[in-house]
Ligand binder design. Structure first.
Ligand SMILES: [Mn+2]
Length: 353
């Protein structure tokens, strides 16, 4: 028996979760088919802060998640492990977040001088470093043959991961669940803003398609961008709701969404794509949106269509001041996402009973 098999044999999936380990699972980093990579970073947040606390809040809440997966028998045996949050990254995020607040004050009152330009340069280069660091870190796990789920942080965090996947897969499509298009060009002067993640991603030819779902808060320039880039397909929340009111089923809508995606699919899941009752403390909540099971159904259909989920991120989760509701919702979604990622890449078969 390998050490992993011994752990599986000795683990009680019905028991209380051990604190600290994600989902209470007993695996070593090298024994995990899916590695969760936390990026506690929020520098360019435009409204409420708190998403840098997301990964650790999710880790804590994950102990409450029951391990039975309705789709996959003994899903937990595949092995999920979450890397520790990098302390120096947290410090850098805080330092640059303060810089960003000062810069935005000057920006808002229209008093940008030479000093604020220098501050902006510092912020942009710190963000560029974060992107490079994510790319290198994720490449390490991918080169081990492991699958990666990135846990933000704000929505600027997965750009380095997308670059790493581009090197391995050549090209792929992004399925984006979000209230926002995130197609702004250097929002508020920030080159790597959470509001620019998809604009930045699309600068690479590795992204052959961007399919956006749940969109309900966007500006004219973003609408114009969608018109000019044939790779982008947007499913607006308003249109999907109206179709639903008029009798179109979710299954029918999902079929259309899935048809827009290429063979290889990356999921970028901004929690604010959901109804804000499920994520009241997220940075920029917008009324409307999706139920968590609607998104999971969509993903299952992506996989059942024969497409491959090559990776995902879950971002913009903020725990808020009281309670752990946002992290509770997010950790349950995260567990199902990990299992679907493993399933889509044939990683469950090895450990089936
Ligand atoms: Mn977003």
């Amino acid at each position: 028996m390998t050490s992993k098999e011994q752990k599986i044999a000795g683990f009680d999936p019905n028991g209380l979760a051990a604190p600290g380990a994600v989902f209470g699972l007993p695996f070593l980093p090298s024994e995990a088919e899916v590695v969760l990579f936390p990026v506690p970073w929020e520098v360019t947040v435009s409204y409420a802060a708190g998403t840098a606390l997301g990964p650790e809040a999710i880790r804590e809440a994950s102990g409450q998640v029951d391990l039975y997966d309705p789709r996959l028998v003994d899903a937990w045996k595949m092995g999920i492990w979450m890397a520790p949050s990098d302390v120096s990254l947290v410090e850098k995020s805080e330092k640059n977040r303060k810089r960003a607040v000062d810069y935005l004050e000057a920006f808002t009152v229209g008093s940008l001088g030479e000093k604020s330009e220098r501050v902006l340069e510092k912020i942009n280069s710190a963000c560029a470093e974060m992107v490079d660091w994510v790319e290198d870190s994720v490449e390490f796990y991918l080169s081990n043959g492991q699958l990666v789920g990135l846990v933000g942080g704000d929505h600027s965090t997965p750009l380095g991961y997308l670059r790493a996947l581009g090197k391995i897969h050549g090209s792929f499509g992004i399925l984006q669940i979000d209230a926002h298009m995130d197609l702004r060009v250097a929002y508020e002067g920030f080159e790597f803003s959470h509001a620019s993640i998809m604009y930045n991603a699309l600068r690479s030819s590795a992204i052959e398609k961007l399919v956006q779902v749940g969109i309900r808060d966007y500006c004219q320039a973003e609408m114009d961008y969608v018109q000019t880039d044939p790779r982008v397909v947007t499913f607006f929340d308003r249109d999907m709701k109206r179709a639903h009111y008029e009798g179109v089923t979710w299954q029918q809508q999902v079929e259309k969404i899935v048809q827009c995606l290429p063979q290889k699919v990356y999921l970028s899941f901004d929690i604010d794509g959901l109804d804000p009752k499920l994520c009241p403390n997220t940075g920029t909540p917008v009324a409307g949106g999706l139920e968590s099971e609607q998104v999971l159904y969509l993903l299952e259909q992506v996989i059942d269509s024969g497409r491959t989920l090559i990776g995902f991120d879950l971002n913009e989760v903020a725990p808020g001041i009281e309670g752990d509701w946002d992290a509770n919702v997010a950790s349950r979604i995260l567990y199902r996402l990990c299992n679907l990622l493993g399933e889509s890449n044939g990683r469950h078969r090895t450990f089936a009973p």
